[in-house]
Design a protein around this ligand. Structure first.
Ligand code: SF4
Ligand code: SF4
Length: 399
């Protein structure tokens, strides 16, 4: 790992903050006829048709009117995460008094606690204002949806970004990025119930650890807010890049030298004094230039095979999120093909770590390494069998 002064993404001009309402994950949750949906599509009529299509995926997955294995396994992983997204889970008031430790001691304590709670990777960096969403675009609370009425004890003082469309302001100095590895065997059975279950399991773990860590820091007397898949106010990937966890890859994910793309992220932002990690240059930009395995394997060509483009002030590879999510809708499961085929996404064995070390230092070997990966793991993506206990249970359906 080579630490550098600046992250390896390229800033070309002013970075406009991203409105969470414009993400596909926010748009897929819009409910036809609700205030939010009418408001959004009045301003973006060209997106109405595609958003209606995208919403079918999440609507079907969370449907409780009839059991299918696709719904059952998805809801097992994801349904309880929504509760961890409630305002008094992600945020709250710092305890009066608290502890006044040194920056070094805070850093050591928080890092060790986060690992103990279950994070595979823990990095600390700055919270740059440009990576804070400008407006709330997802749950927990939409108007016109009685099931989303507050279920929590109380609204933390100063809590912002509660309702869809609310402006978001988070002024914390530090961001703690948490990385969680997924079980590659279950992922490689995807897109299927098996990969949905594994994604949900790891997202739930990432949400719980972020909430626990934020609570710990508030108990120490400092403000802290958890950000996770059911309540983000920050863009987790660039925040993690700034904290030195990895680099921004062609597929749009964070790429870590050992885990590759096989990670789910959550974040805790805080004013607790912490030592910040330096960004890294692991040779990922040069590798992604020549590799292209995710781009050629994506079933809907959602990952660009060409050059980087400038998006809101950052030069990067920009995936086509509508194509990607449209594919999920069609196959009825979250796709993880790009995450699993990436040559860096391997179990962290000594062999893989050695190859990753070579890959990060010798970009001229990229094509040979990708050729070797194709030979060993396959040039095309073929999903593996689900674990036996899942397959056997399938004989029971449908009821
Ligand atoms: S998740 Fe699947 S559809 Fe989406 S970009 Fe990756 S490979 Fe393509
Ligand atoms: S598959 Fe290749 S191009 Fe895609 S993210 Fe991984 S290293 Fe980069």
């Amino acid at each position: 790992m080579m630490c550098v002064k600046q992250p390896t993404y390229e800033i070309t001009g002013r970075i406009d903050r991203f409105d969470e309402r414009d993400t596909v994950f926010a748009r897929e949750t819009l409910v036809t006829g609700a205030r939010e949906e009418i408001d959004y599509h009045k301003r973006n009529p060209h997106l109405k048709e595609i958003d209606t299509e995208l919403s079918r995926f999440i609507t079907d997955k969370m449907d409780r009117s009839g059991a299918t294995w696709g719904r059952v396994y998805y809801q097992t992983g994801f349904s309880s995460i929504a509760h961890l997204g409630l305002p008094d889970c992600v945020d709250g008031l710092p305890s009066p008094g608290g502890f006044d430790l040194t920056k070094d001691r805070n850093t050591e304590l928080v890092r060790n606690l986060a690992h103990y709670l279950g994070a595979d990777l823990v990095n600390m960096g700055p919270l740059k204002p440009e990576w804070v969403y400008s407006h709330r675009g997802t749950r927990p609370f939409f108007d016109d949806q009685p099931e989303n009425l507050p279920l929590f004890e109380g609204m933390p003082e100063g809590y912002t970004g509660r309702l869809w469309g609310d402006a978001i302001e988070i002024g914390h100095a530090n961001a703690i990025s948490l990385g969680f590895a997924q079980n590659l065997d279950l992922l490689r059975a995807g897109p299927s119930e098996a990969s949905d279950l594994e994604i949900g399991r790891v997202y739930a773990k990432s949400a719980l650890v972020a909430c626990q860590l934020a609570s710990f820091i508030r108990s120490m007397g400092y403000p802290a807010r958890a950000h996770h898949v059911r309540n983000y106010c920050v863009l987790a990937v660039p925040v993690a890049v700034d904290a030195g966890m990895g680099e921004l890859a062609r597929s749009g994910h964070l790429l870590h030298k050992t885990y590759g793309l096989n990670l789910r992220l959550s974040t805790v932002t805080t004013d607790l004094p912490l030592n910040q990690d330096q960004p890294v240059d692991d040779g990922i930009q040069a590798f992604c230039e020549r590799c292209l395995k995710c781009a050629r394997t994506c079933p809907v060509a959602a990952i660009p095979a060409g050059d980087k483009t400038v998006v809101r002030g950052v030069r990067k590879w920009q995936i086509d999120p509508e194509r990607c999510l449209g594919y999920w809708s069609r196959v009825g499961a979250a796709c993880v093909i790009c995450q699993t085929v990436c040559p860096w996404s391997k179990p962290p064995s000594l062999f893989h770590k050695t190859v990753a070390h070579i890959a990060s230092r010798a970009s001229w070997m990229t094509r040979a390494l990708v050729y070797g990966d194709d030979l060993f793991y396959g040039k095309r993506y073929e999903s593996k069998k689900e674990p036996g206990w899942m397959c056997r249970s399938r004989v029971d359906i449908p009821r």
